[in-house]
Design a protein around this ligand. Structure first.
Ligand code: VGL
Ligand code: ZN
Length: 200
């Protein structure tokens, strides 16, 4: 029988691990991710894939790092340059490169738009639907930004959504706690890898 569930690994990229936008303890997620990856026939890996001078970069606007500015589409945190196409930082962690049955979903390619979600302007929804996937297990970097947005959009698109906590890390404790609260309110379930089998 083909599986109606899929693993979505969000932005497991050098810049979020040891690069310009390194998330605390990010490297700890790879062992649990690899330990469950063999349970999934279908794995999607999102890749933040920005052009130079992207709208989310503080350097583009000459403003302070991590400040917030108002843009036509709403508030935007001003990030360090990260995940720029053609740089080392855009690449995946080596452990992710070992995963064979993965589909890569590039996002954030448009210069004037932020794309935290793996569903934003990508083929992810269609690819999942084509494979009759109903349930998604989301994990990766960062819990409070791209994992959150991807999980929340997953709910909007009609999927049953789980977040794997031990396979995710966030930028800051406060925003992680707020993100978890927001996700819970949308019906997202939080589990660790040890509980995965019960939910497949
Ligand atoms: C992300 C900030 C900017 C993420 C991406 O992957 O969570 N965060 N771009
Ligand atoms: Zn980004």
């Amino acid at each position: 029988m083909t599986q109606n569930y899929s693993l979505i690994i969000v932005d497991p990229q050098i810049d979020f691990i040891s690069g310009s936008l390194a998330v605390n303890n990010a490297e700890e997620i790879f062992e649990p991710i690899l330990s469950i990856s063999n349970k999934f026939e279908n794995i999607f890996v999102t890749q933040d894939y920005h052009p130079k001078e992207h709208i989310s970069f503080a350097s583009t606007h000459n403003v302070e790092l991590f400040s917030t500015i108002e843009l036509p589409y709403g508030k935007q945190v001003m990030w360090p340059d990260h995940c720029v196409q053609g740089t080392k930082g855009v690449e995946f962690d080596d452990s992710i490169n070992q995963i064979k049955n993965k589909t890569i979903i590039k996002k954030g390619l448009q210069k004037d738009l932020e794309s935290y979600s793996g569903f934003h302007l990508t083929e992810l929804k269609e690819s999942l639907t084509k494979k009759n996937i109903e349930k998604i297990f989301v994990c990766g970097l960062a819990t409070d930004f791209c994992v959150k947005k991807t999980a929340m959009d997953g709910v909007k698109e009609g999927f049953q959504v789980y977040v794997l906590l031990d396979c995710s890390r966030g930028v800051a404790e406060k925003t992680v706690n707020e993100a978890i609260e927001e996700m819970k309110n949308k019906g997202i379930t939080f589990i660790n890898t040890t509980e995965l089998d019960e939910h497949l």
